[in-house]
Design a protein. Structure first.
Length: 67
């Protein structure tokens, strides 16, 4: 899309960091979603989750190989 949001990014940006969005992110990661693709401004899913203080999502992304 125009914002270069991947499904993983949308799970973070359009979510509240709660369980429903964590389950969505887990499903995406389990299916092989990239943790490295950034949005139009260059922010990765990990950076976006950290900026929102979504601790569980940060841990999930790191376990999935995000740096």
């Amino acid at each position: 899309n125009n914002l270069h949001w991947t499904a993983a990014i949308e799970a973070i940006v359009l979510g509240d960091g709660g369980v429903r969005h964590q389950v969505t992110l887990k499903a995406l990661l389990d299916a092989g979603a990239s943790t490295q693709l950034a949005d139009r401004s260059g922010a990765t899913p990990l950076q976006l989750a950290r900026a929102r203080a979504y601790t569980t999502m940060v841990q999930m992304l790191q376990a999935g190989g995000a740096r």
